[in-house]
Design a protein around this ligand. Structure first.
Ligand code: MG
Length: 302
């Protein structure tokens, strides 16, 4: 059963937030028992929420009020998304790869190396309307044995990659400390990417950057906004282009210019979010040990 979280669950910094998250909106906990919940993805055809519980090396799912194991072991999966055919695309720390789960359940490796060297540990992934797959490759999954297998990095940095439909893998940004969540604006004119470098270095970034998308190239990537407390991890964009960002005190909502509109105050550090439900207006939040949900007054961008 879902538990309603009592007390203050929202904080308004701009009146526009009140039309996105009404004052009567409820925050509830769907399920608990994870060590670090991440990478939520929602399948509307079967009303199924899937996510990763990274240190437990498993993927869980929630459907009709019940939580099940989806995949175990999961190769320490992290971020998940759907491609344009509804197929599950997953980042794996353990396999240091990005995979696709086919309709028959078999797994296809989409990318596991760049220029003949292992990837670090793919973290989060998004699919563009042209079928290209964009993902981040920080080193979190190889730093220790907690959420992957400790290993020396082989890449010269922590890059953002684009994988074309023909299998070509290209570095699209190479100046991040720890690239993490990423998402396109609804019209795909912009790509937003989080840098969560401060998680392991007090002097490193904790911000979101925005890149103009010019065909298959990115612009220079100015800082959109710093995010604190904590660091920005995963995020999604709504139909109006607002960003819903997992952070240390819950979910921050920023407009497309980086203005903080408000927060959903979640009782645990929030790693990632996704939109779902019948009208795509429920925000699912993976937050440390638990998965929370809140029905919003705006839908997520498809
Ligand atoms: Mg992440």
């Amino acid at each position: 059963m879902a538990d309603v979280i009592s007390g203050a669950v929202r904080q308004t910094f701009d009146p526009r937030f009140d039309s996105l998250v009404p004052g009567i909106a409820q925050l509830y906990r769907l399920t608990s028992g994870c060590l670090w919940a991440e990478g939520p993805v929602y399948r509307a055809d079967v009303d199924l929420l899937i996510w990763s519980d990274i240190p437990n090396n498993r993927m869980l799912c929630h459907q009709h009020g019940h939580t099940f194991t989806f995949r175990s072991p999961s190769n320490y999966s992290n971020g998940n998304t759907k491609d344009n055919y509804g197929r599950l695309v997953s980042c794996e720390h353990g396999g240091r790869r990005v995979t696709r789960t086919e309709a028959d359940g078999s797994i296809t490796v989409l990318a596991d190396s760049y220029q003949g060297k292992h990837l670090n540990s793919p973290n989060d992934v998004v699919v563009k309307s042209d079928g290209s797959i964009w993902f981040t490759d920080p080193s979190y999954g190889i730093l220790t044995d907690y959420e992957g297998y400790r290993a020396e990095p082989e890449q010269e940095g922590c890059f953002v990659f684009r994988l074309d439909v023909d299998g070509t893998l290209t570095v699209v940004a190479d100046d991040f400390v720890k690239p993490n969540g990423l998402a396109f604006s609804p019209d795909e004119r912009y790509l937003y990417v989080a840098d969560s470098g401060r998680s392991h270095d007090d002097n490193a970034p904790h911000h979101l950057r925005w890149f103009e998308v010019n065909g298959d190239k990115l612009g220079k990537g100015d800082v959109l906004t710093d995010v604190s407390p904590g660091v920005p991890d995963g995020f999604r964009v709504d139909v109006d282009g607002n960003l819903w960002v997992g952070a240390g005190d819950g979910v921050h909502c920023y407009d497309a210019t980086g203005q903080l509109l408000g927060k959903i105050l979640v009782p645990e550090i929030t790693a990632n979010v996704t939109f779902g439900g019948t009208r795509n207006t429920t925000l699912f939040m993976t937050a440390t040990t638990s998965v929370y949900a809140m029905k919003l007054a705006i839908a997520g961008a498809r």
